[in-house]
Design a binder for this molecule. Structure first.
Ligand code: ADP
Length: 466
C-alpha cells in the first residue's frame, strides 16, 4: 500500500481526533493504515519579518506538518479568494462574491508556496489527496515542480453551474488546474454534472466512458463520493449515560414541548432567516403549535470579519427578536437562539431530544448535521428530518421530508406534517435513512476515494512504474 500525503486547509490534532468530527477520524485512519503526512495551515498568522517555519509533529507512523500564513496571505488568500470569492461563487451567490487581482495572486502564490513545502516531504511511491477549495491549484503547482505521483482532489463544497462559474475572473485557469489531478471527487451527481457541462461548453475535453476525461495530454477521472459521518460513534455518543441525563433534564424542564432543532455555522448558505420565517409561518397556519413547539437554533459564529456574515447575523437576530416579541409569553419562547459552539455529546443529546431536525440550507455541499440528526434518534420513537432539496445530502436521503427552503408555506406544512406524523411512519423513514447513513459512512467514503485514486489511469507515471 502506498504511503499517503494529505493536504487540507487545516490539520486535525490526531491525538484527539474523535472529538473533532468524522472527517478527521477517517483521514486519520487512512494515514495510520498507510503511514504518511498531513500538511496544512497551522491557524497562525505571522507578521512581516517573523519566522514562518513549518511545525512538525509525529505520532507513530503519521507526521503532521503545519505552516503559518503571512498577514497578507491570511487577508488575501484565506479571507480573500477562498472565503470572499470561491465560497460565495460555489454556493451560487455571485451577489456576495468579491473579485480582486490581489486575492487571486495571493491564492496562486500561497498554493505555490505550499507545493514547495509538500514536495520536500514526498517519497517516490506516495499518493496524494488534496482537499477543498482553498487548494484547487495545489496539484498543478506540484506538477510544475516535477511531481509525478498520483494526486487526487476532493471538493467538499458545491461545484457551481457554468452560468455562475464563468462570471468568475480567471475561471479557465482555475478549472484547467483541475486537470493536473488524476482523480477529482465531488459530493453529488449535480456537482459532477455541473463540472461536465462546463467542460462540454468549453469544447476542449473528450468524454470517455466511466467519467474519464481527456484534455490535451492529460487524463482525469471524475467521480461522486458523498461524504459521510462516523455514524456508529455519533449514535453511541447520543445514547451515552451522559446524553441520557441531558435528554431527561430537557424533558423535565419543558414537559410536552415539541422541539425543532437547527444546528449550523452562522453562514448565509444555511438558510437561517428562511428557517425562522418558516417556523413563524407554522405558528400562523397552525396556531395549535403556539405554546407547544419551539425552534432551537444553535448557530456557531464563523468568519466574523467578512461583511456578509455580519449582515446575516444581524438579520437572524432581528427576525428572532421579532417573532419572540410577537408570539412569546411568560411560559414559552418560540425561538431559542444560541450563538455559539456546543460540545458534541451535548449536541447529540439535543438532536435526540428533538422531534424535528430542521436542515434548510439554500445551498450546501453535503450537510453532515442532517446525517448526525438521523443517527442520534431513538430507533423506536424517532424524530423526523426536514431537509432542503439544495443540500447535497438530499440526493441520497430521500426518506426525509424534502422541502424547498425558499417556499415558506411548504416548509411550514412539512413541519406540521412531521409534528403529527405517526410513530410507524417515523420509524420506517428513520430506519431507511439510518441504513443508508451507516452503509455510506465516512470510512467508506475515504476507502472508496483512495481505491478509485489508486486505480485511476494517470498520464504522470513515475519512472519506477513505467
Ligand atoms: P459545514 O461544513 O458547512 O459547517 P456540515 O453540516 O457539513 O456544515 O458540518 C458541520 C459540522 O459542524 C457538523 O459535524 C456539526 O455537528 C458541527 N456543528 C455545526 N454547528 C455547530 C455548533 N453550533 N456547535 C458545535 N458543532 C457544530
Amino acid at each position: 500500500m502506498s504511503r499517503l500525503v494529505v493536504a487540507s486547509n487545516r490539520v486535525a490534532d490526531l491525538s484527539v481526533a474523535k472529538q473533532s468530527g468524522g472527517l478527521a477520524v477517517a483521514v486519520g485512519e487512512a494515514l495510520r493504515q498507510r503511514g504518511g503526512v498531513w500538511f496544512g495551515w497551522s491557524g497562525d498568522v505571522v507578521e512581516d519579518g517573523e519566522p514562518d517555519v513549518p511545525t512538525t509533529t509525529s505520532l507513530d507512523n503519521v507526521t503532521t506538518v503545519t505552516v503559518p500564513l503571512s498577514r497578507s496571505e491570511f487577508e488575501n488568500y484565506y479571507h480573500g479568494f477562498a472565503n470572499r470569492t470561491l465560497w460565495p461563487v460555489c454556493h451560487y451567490r455571485l451577489d456576495l462574491a468579491e473579485f480582486s487581482n490581489e486575492f487571486l495572486e495571493s491564492y496562486r502564490h500561497t498554493n505555490a508556496r505550499f507545493a514547495a513545502e509538500i514536495e520536500k516531504l514526498l517519497l517516490p511511491d506516495d499518493i496524494l489527496w488534496i482537499h477543498d477549495f482553498h487548494l484547487i491549484p495545489l496539484g498543478s503547482e506540484l506538477r510544475k515542480r516535477g511531481v509525478t505521483q498520483r494526486i487526487g482532489f476532493f471538493l467538499h463544497i458545491p461545484f457551481p453551474p457554468i452560468e455562475i462559474l464563468t462570471a468568475t475572473p480567471e475561471h479557465e485557469w482555475l478549472i484547467d488546474s483541475i486537470f493536473a489531478y488524476d482523480l477529482v471527487g465531488f459530493q453529488t451527481q449535480t456537482d459532477l454534472n455541473n463540472f461536465k457541462r462546463y467542460l462540454l461548453q468549453l469544447g476542449n475535453t473528450t468524454f470517455l466512458p466511466l467519467d474519464r476525461l481527456i484534455c490535451g495530454d492529460r487524463e482525469l477521472t471524475a467521480g461522486v463520493f458523498p461524504v459521510g459521518i462516523d455514524a456508529d460513534h455519533f449514535a453511541e455518543v447520543a445514547h451515552s449515560p451522559q446524553s441520557d441525563r441531558i435528554v431527561e433534564s430537557m424533558k423535565v424542564r419543558d414537559p410536552g414541548l415539541a422541539l425543532i432543532i437547527g444546528v449550523d455555522r452562522l453562514d448565509y448558505s444555511k438558510g437561517l432567516p428562511e428557517r425562522v420565517r418558516a417556523f413563524e409561518r407554522l405558528l400562523e397556519l397552525h396556531p395549535e403549535w403556539r405554546n407547544a413547539a419551539s425552534l432551537m437554533q444553535v448557530a456557531q459564529p464563523t468568519r466574523e470579519d467578512v461583511d456578509a456574515y455580519v449582515d446575516i447575523r444581524e438579520e437572524l437576530e432581528r427576525l428572532t427578536g421579532a417573532i419572540n416579541g410577537r408570539y412569546g409569553n411568560f411560559d414559552w419562547t418560540p425561538v431559542r437562539y444560541i450563538n455559539r459552539s456546543v460540545e458534541r455529546d451535548r449536541l447529540a443529546a439535543i438532536f435526540r431530544a428533538s422531534r424535528i431536525g430542521l436542515v434548510t440550507p439554500v445551498r450546501d455541499g453535503m450537510n453532515l448535521v442532517a446525517k448526525e440528526y438521523v443517527v442520534a434518534q431513538d430507533p423506536d420513537d424517532p424524530g423526523v428530518l426536514v431537509l432542503s432539496k439544495f443540500a447535497g445530502a438530499a440526493e441520497t436521503l430521500t426518506e426525509a421530508l424534502i422541502v424547498n427552503p425558499f417556499d415558506t408555506d411548504e416548509v411550514a406544512e412539512a413541519l406540521h406534517a412531521a409534528l403529527i406524523m405517526h410513530q410507524s411512519e417515523r420509524k420506517h423513514r428513520n430506519y431507511a435513512l439510518r441504513t443508508k447513513i451507516n452503509n455510506f459512512d465516512v470510512f467508506k467514503w475515504q476507502k472508496d476515494f483512495l481505491t478509485a485514486l489508486e486505480h485511476s489511469r494517470t498520464s504522470y507515471l513515475i519512472p519506477e512504474r513505467t
